[in-house]
Design a protein around this ligand. Structure first.
Ligand code: ARG
Length: 573
């Protein structure tokens, strides 16, 4: 289905032609003065010079031809040369009806779906998940869902940190203390102890490094321990991500890139891309237009060890072999921007990925506490993801009780966890990813304001009206939209028509915050409409059915939006 702005622009193009003006100036946009009009066209301003006429004269000529338009109710030329536009309610009704009949409310599907890989999560095995991983998971999952909804073949890769020194540290401590294969909770104790020890005990550190080296070079004993650690860690990670409603199609890690490293390095050397510099192997990645220095990409350290860059490049080799993605999106802390710049340039320059493959870095900012510093526990430690989740859950549960939510205990618990997830995810996603934000439990869990619970509350309100409608004999089959009668209804309707454009934009710009901003506006418009309108007590049956049809469309749109954000609404709250 065409976007409403496309249809309006087409209508405007006809008017421009009729007025003898080049139609390339006929672009219609949403009004930035909603108090004056719904849409606007500024084209007359741009072409005044070309036609040697005052812009307002051109605007008037165009507006004149729109008097008989089936689309525009009002087309008004105003100084210095804008055309203010309102659409006819009949046009609005027809567009909305089109949306109700189309799949995905008229979001256009791509002619050729693309394979897109999202690299997000990036947990480090054997270290507990902490809130640093929360943003990657929340944003990445949403980016992936938006892409899938927009009709592409999306794959999420968790890309675990599973091949580094932390593995050597753990095995070193196990050997030193003569420990058997650990359970997950034992493992969680081992890592901090090993890490602390390596900071004061040089010999121990050397042992850990040696073990890491041998592990990476096929030592059978260490590989067996590593496999065990991986097995229990992956189980635990799956459980944790499940709580966040996050899942991955690909469970690979840095270790999986290992077999690709040696052949890749050989090729880079053979083709003359890689050269030795102070003992290390590097590839130049500077570009003429650089204003800041981009250091060479280091492929191997002087002792021959691979680096973070190396695994990321080798992973691209593997992804190219296995999936040939058209686009790879990395959702990682923005402090890693330079690393990815080097990796992307090197991959393109050396032909690891073809020129046309899109590589994007979606860097996110830090989640801060009320003090503006990275979020910590009350005692100042690193907050574990599980603790954060349960803290938010408790607060949501409390709020439900304060609100007198009357329901069986089991439902109350389930609802509280749904609200908690919405609070956390919306609190994060409503900010542009690259920005830091303050995690404010009180604010995020509030049922009012720009919050996840407020959106859920709106959906629940609609569900409840629709339930009552059905309980009192109303039939959802028979609902049909009529032309708008009131201002609040019109405002809501107009917002709903922007759905496909919004979703397309959110996909193209990998911007879940656009979905949040949209549903906040829709929720406000809906609640305004709700307060202005007698819905269930409306005596005119046809009118009542039309309201229900509008509610049903609003609900469908809100639900599909929270679906791509990665949370769901309860039945009541
Ligand atoms: N494990 C890394 C970290 O904790 C994040 C991995 C991001 N993804 C990547 N392809 N490098 O910092």
């Amino acid at each position: 289905m065409k976007k409403i702005l496309e249809l309006l622009t087409e209508e405007m193009e006809k008017a421009f032609c009729e007025a003898g003006v080049d139609k390339k100036h006929a672009k219609v946009s949403v009004s930035n003065r909603p108090d004056l009009c719904q849409f606007q066209c500024n084209g007359a301003m741009a072409c005044a010079k070309e036609y040697k006429k005052a812009p307002v004269m051109i605007a008037e000529a165009v507006a004149e031809t729109l008097k008989a338009s089936e689309v525009f109710e009002k087309a008004e030329a105003v100084k210095p040369g804008f055309i203010n536009l309102n659409v006819k309610d009949s046009f609005l009704r027809a567009y909305l009806e089109g949306m109700t009949k189309e799949e995905k409310f008229g979001l256009q599907m791509p002619e050729k779906p693309e394979t897109i890989l999202v690299d997000y999560g990036g947990p480090n095995v054997a270290k507990p998940l902490h809130i640093g991983h929360l943003r990657a998971a929340i944003i990445g999952e949403s980016v992936k869902r938006i892409g899938a909804y927009a009709g592409h073949k999306m794959m999420g890769d968790i890309h675990m940190g599973d091949w580094g020194l932390q593995m050597g540290l753990i095995i070193a401590l196990m050997k030193d203390k003569g420990l058997g294969l650990p359970t997950i909770s034992e493992l969680e104790q081992i890592y901090p102890e090993a890490s602390a020890r390596s900071k004061e005990d040089e010999e121990f550190k050397k042992l850990a490094m040696d073990i890491t080296y041998e592990l990476q070079h096929g030592n059978k004993e260490y590989l067996d321990i590593w496999k065990h650690i991986m097995k229990i860690s992956v189980e635990d990670l799956k459980k944790n991500y499940e709580k966040l409603n996050v899942s991955f199609e690909i469970w690979k890690g840095e270790s999986d890139a290992d077999p690709y490293i040696a052949p890749m390095v050989e090729k880079l050397k053979d083709k003359g891309f890689a050269y030795e510099s102070q003992g290390a192997l590097v590839v130049d990645v500077t570009e003429e237009t650089d204003t800041k220095e981009v250091p060479p990409c280091m492929i191997l350290k002087s002792d021959g060890a691979a680096l973070y860059t190396t695994t990321d490049l080798a992973t691209l080799v593997q992804r190219q072999e296995d999936y040939k993605p058209a686009w790879v999106i990395y959702v990682v802390d923005k402090r890693q921007e330079l690393h990815f710049k080097q990796v992307f340039r090197c991959a393109k320059k050396t032909g690891i990925v073809p020129e046309e493959t899109k590589l994007s870095f979606l860097g996110f900012g830090t989640m801060n506490g009320a003090d503006g510093k990275p979020f910590k526990t009350r005692s100042g430690g690193v907050m574990r993801l599980e603790s954060l989740l349960s803290e938010v859950y408790e607060r949501c549960y409390e709020r439900m009780c304060e609100n007198g939510a009357d329901m069986p205990e089991e439902e109350r618990k389930d609802t509280a966890s749904k609200i908690a997830l919405a609070a956390i995810k919306y609190g994060d996603l409503s900010n542009q990813a690259s920005k830091d934000y303050v995690f404010d439990i009180e604010k995020f869990t509030s049922f009012e304001g720009n919050t996840g619970p407020y959106i859920l509350y709106t959906i629940v309100r609609i569900k409840s009206i629709m339930r009552k409608y059905e309980e009192t004999g109303g039939d959802l089959e028979g609902i049909r939209l009529l032309e708008c009668k009131g201002e609040a209804e019109r405002e809501l309707s107009l917002l709903l028509t922007g759905y496909n454009a919004m979703m397309e934009g959110a996909f193209n710009e990998t911007a879940p915050h656009r979905v949040c901003a949209y549903i906040y506006e829709v929720s406000n418009a809906f609640n305004h409409f709700y307060h202005e309108t007698k819905i269930l007590t409306e005596e005119d049956e046809e009118k009542k059915r039309s309201y229900i049809a509008l509610l049903s469309l609003t609900k469908g749109i809100l639900e599909s939006c929270i679906g791509v954000l990665g949370f769901a609404a309860p039945e009541r709250m």
